[in-house]
Design a protein around this ligand. Structure first.
Ligand code: BGC
Length: 295
């Protein structure tokens, strides 16, 4: 038997070890002592990436097991700075990375059309993003290699892989409802990026100005009134693309039961995102992992 004093010393050493333990795998460095231990699912670290979703009201991040789509940590959210300029947003993203004590490749979902990391549109973020190389800006600010993807495309990727889109043959469509309307189109699981169907003109209006969640709130529309608009919009899209399934993502996915019954005009099966509004973070992390394969 060890003396109680000796046992106490062992206990203190062990405790310190677990408190400060750092895990290093390849180019990924995660300081687990900074995470909320109670929510930690021990992942295969090779597959863990930080996914970040830049939304109109919040910038959210979580470590994701890209093999299973599970959140390895709780989501960390910081309100979107106003104005949401490259400087202020990259500083917020730096803080999220610091919160997780992470260094490695990150995936960031942007509410914009994106080509090779360059932001093409800025309907709900500061216009100064247009034409900027977001991936270069974030890499310089954070030191983390960065992959940029459209937010609806990210949510769609996650749903097609881990959610309701898993078994879809043919065309799958994701519509995210939040500050804007985002869309993602898949055929047999393959994404056609940057579809931007929230910007089609419907009844002489830009669809997202008429049927987004931000408009519902701004105009104080009842769920019924808003869902009648949204249903007409979905019906318009289904007549153009004939999808097998429409998945609703973004903040409104959590409120689906409030408006589901008013979508009767839509013939296609409509489901709320299985991953709810975590889909964007998950898809961004998956994209960061996938793009490593091609360099
Ligand atoms: C943007 C899209 C984005 C959507 C949802 C739209 O205003 O143009 O790129 O996916 O909002 O955030």
């Amino acid at each position: 038997m060890k003396a109680p004093f000796q046992r106490k010393i062992y206990f203190i050493i062990l405790h310190k070890f677990f408190l400060y333990k750092k895990i290093f795998v390849g180019n990924i460095f995660i300081n687990f002592s900074r995470l909320n231990q109670s929510n930690l699912i021990m992942p295969n670290n090779e597959n863990v990436r930080l996914g970040i979703d830049f939304g109109g009201s919040g910038i959210k991040g979580a470590l994701i097991d890209t093999d299973t789509g599970e959140l390895v940590t709780e989501r960390h959210r910081i309100p979107t700075p106003s104005p949401s300029t490259p400087d202020s947003v990259s500083e917020t993203i730096r803080q999220i990375i610091e919160h997780f004590g992470y260094s490695g490749k990150i995936g960031v979902a942007f509410p914009s059309a994106v080509q090779a990391g360059v932001i093409q549109t800025a309907a709900n973020i500061d216009k100064s993003w247009i034409g900027k190389d977001a991936s270069a800006i974030l890499e310089e600010k954070t030191g983390c290699e960065t992959i940029i993807i459209n937010d609806a495309d990210a949510a769609g990727l996650a749903e097609m892989r881990f959610g309701h889109g898993k078994d879809i043959q043919g065309v799958g469509m994701i519509v995210t409802v939040g500050s804007g309307l985002g869309t993602a189109l898949f055929t047999n699981g393959v994404l056609l990026p940057n579809t931007e169907l929230g910007h089609v003109h419907y009844k002489d209006k830009i669809a997202e100005n008429w049927a987004s969640d931000a408009t519902r709130k701004k105009k104080d529309l009842s769920w019924k009134k808003w869902a009648k608009r949204f249903g007409k919009y979905l019906h318009y899209l289904e007549q153009l693309f004939y999808p097998e399934l429409i998945i609703i993502g973004g903040g409104a996915s959590k409120k689906f039961q409030k408006y589901e019954k008013y979508l009767h005009k839509v013939r296609t099966r409509v489901l709320p995102a299985y991953l709810q509004n975590h889909a964007g973070i998950i898809g961004a992390a998956v994209e960061a992992k996938e793009l490593e394969k091609v360099g």
